[in-house]
Design a protein around this ligand. Structure first.
Ligand code: FAD
Length: 304
């Protein structure tokens, strides 16, 4: 409890002196148009010198981005050498189809998969598995391990997934995913360091030893974030509305507020011993770069 008290202390110096002894990773989504592709590529190149441990590329509902996810991941590996992970879901695909996609990834040099169940088309609708498909992420992890010895990350929920009967059931599910072969959890976004610490403690108490990496979402548009959060069991605290009040027409100020809030969350996590951070970049480099910088991270020479 002494350690708990210490990490919760507000006495940690602001950002000065943070040594940057952290691992960072960045999440992107596959671009739809050429213009979006350019924007994504600018972001990748700006963030690459921060030497991320890996970057990851999401997978659209129902496999709608199958090709684009593949092409984006393959291009990042080819042109930057950064280990890139492909997200893969169980939605609308048989086990055989999913394994084929995984084989193609392995052949393209992809060694890391973020294995997810995914969601049904309508927000909030119950998940209905494909008749010959995987019914949840734990099964997908096992299936992927049959294909090849991928490094596998899975989703984790500090505030409990909405489909779970109770927090314990969600932890049991997370343990099944780790026991099936995943080596890391990446969390849904959250805005309370305390909740993350409680979640980490609960994971350890349940025999989940794999690292749980906090997913950091710098919020610039609170209405949009609230809409998304409602679907995935994340809580947007009321104070966030107050912070963004009156800034609708002030995008530059919104950016500064977003960076400040996310950086402060990261500082508290750092003070509590967290050394790995996963950033939801939404294909923009500036906020993630600024927050990493404040955590003490500095660029290294890259050949790309
Ligand atoms: P699971 O781990 O399978 O769990 C889903 C729910 O079902 C949980 O409540 C769990 O407790 C319960 N459950 C599972 N199995 C059982 C069982 N046997 N008995 C009882 N309960 C069970 N979505 C995308 O479409 N594309 C993406 O690229 C994507 N990337 C993501 C990245 C991260 C880091 C995160 C946190 C989420 C991402 N998602 C993505 C969203 C994710 O697909 C949804 O949150 C989805 O609703 C659940 O996926 P899961 O892998 O957590 O599912």
């Amino acid at each position: 409890d002494e350690a708990r008290e210490k990490r919760r202390s507000r006495e940690t110096p602001l950002f000065s002196g943070l040594p940057g002894d952290i691992d960072v990773s960045f999440e992107f989504f596959p671009p739809k148009t050429e213009k979006m592709e350019e924007k994504l590529w600018d972001a990748v190149q700006e963030l690459a010198p921060l030497a991320p441990e890996f970057v990851s590329v999401t997978y659209g509902a129902g496999g709608s981005t199958r090709e684009r996810t593949h092409n984006t991941v393959a291009r990042i590996i080819r042109e930057t050498g950064i280990p890139a992970a492909a997200h893969l879901t169980c939605v609308d695909a048989s086990k055989a189809e999913t394994q084929k996609i995984a084989e193609a990834y392995w052949e393209a040099g992809v060694r890391h998969i973020v294995a997810l169940r995914g969601d049904a088309g309508e927000p909030g609708a119950p998940f209905v598995p494909h008749p010959d498909g995987y019914t949840n992420a734990a099964e997908l992890v096992s299936g992927l391990k049959e294909v090849a010895d991928f490094e596998i990350s899975v989703a984790a929920y500090p505030e409990t997934h909405p489909d779970a009967d109770c927090p314990q059931a969600d932890l049991d599910n997370l343990k099944r995913k780790i026991d099936a072969g995943a080596s890391r959890g990446i969390t849904q976004f959250f805005f309370s360091a305390e909740k993350f610490f409680d979640f980490s403690d609960n994971c350890k108490a349940n025999g989940i030893d794999a690292p749980m990496v906090p997913g950091i979402l710098p919020v610039t548009n609170v209405a949009q974030a609230r809409k998304f959060a409602g679907q995935c069991g994340a809580v947007i605290p009321d104070w966030m509305d107050g912070l963004f009040e009156g800034l609708d027409e002030r995008p530059a100020s919104r950016q500064l507020v977003a960076a400040t809030v996310a950086a402060e969350l990261c500082r508290r996590l750092y003070a509590g011993g967290v050394r790995q951070f996963h950033f939801y970049t939404l294909n923009r480099a500036d906020l993630a770069y600024a927050i990493c910088h404040m955590l003490g991270r500095r660029p290294v020479e890259v050949s790309a």
